[in-house]
Design a protein around this ligand. Sequence first.
Ligand code: C5P
Length: 234
Amino acid sequence: FSCGVVLVAAGRGERAGQSAEGPKQYRRIGNRPVIAHTLDVFATWPGTGPVVVVMHPDDEALLAAALERMGDSLAVSVVHGGATRQLSVLAGLEALARTGVKHAMIQDAVRPFIDHALLDRCRAALDGGAEAVLPAIAVADTLKRATDGRIVEETVPRGGLYAAQTPQCFRLEAILAAHRAASASGRSDFTDDASIAEWAGIPVVLVEGSSDNIKLTLQRDISMADERLTRHAL
Ligand code: C5P
């Protein structure tokens, strides 16, 4: 079966600072916008179904420019996002549901280093009957809690702790119902979709993430990503 994709790209990327190129998903790394790299991975993966890109209404020209070089390999539709990531995903899921596809991969535009093996692991877990699939990696660093950001209160045991990545993958009907219920209950602050599944009582199955699959958050991340792609191209 093929998986529909919701690619969320409606954020303002304020933590990465201002740039003439626009929000971080449109910044150029390896000479192409971040979002074009992310979309490329889906465009070349045999399991990809319909794709919904969720954009900010101000970014029309930026997205059109990024999609220009994508060719016709993907069936992409575009919808406007909301004030939080959660609301942007919900808008994307509503649009994806109209295509009739049964499974959804929800992906941050700002994670361009996903790969086909990761997508294969996610789809295999869906194929095995999972309703919700979360790629994650075991936390490697020792964790400290410092509520005031200054003085350490305690060391948090890292056993059993995982860092969540995307794409988070779901049976579409199940996650759409959970998202609708979350927003109807007044919540709009869930920072990922697995946490909405957890909130709704849907079991979330872990699959191995990828240490390359970083989220470009700060200016430093974008510079490192650009260096990495430029070096690979040599
Ligand atoms: O802000 P954060 O790094 O968590 O954003 C993760 C992803 O969610 C980004 O791709 C961003 O464009 C998207 N997002 C969105 N709508 C928002 C906020 C974030 O689509 N209102």
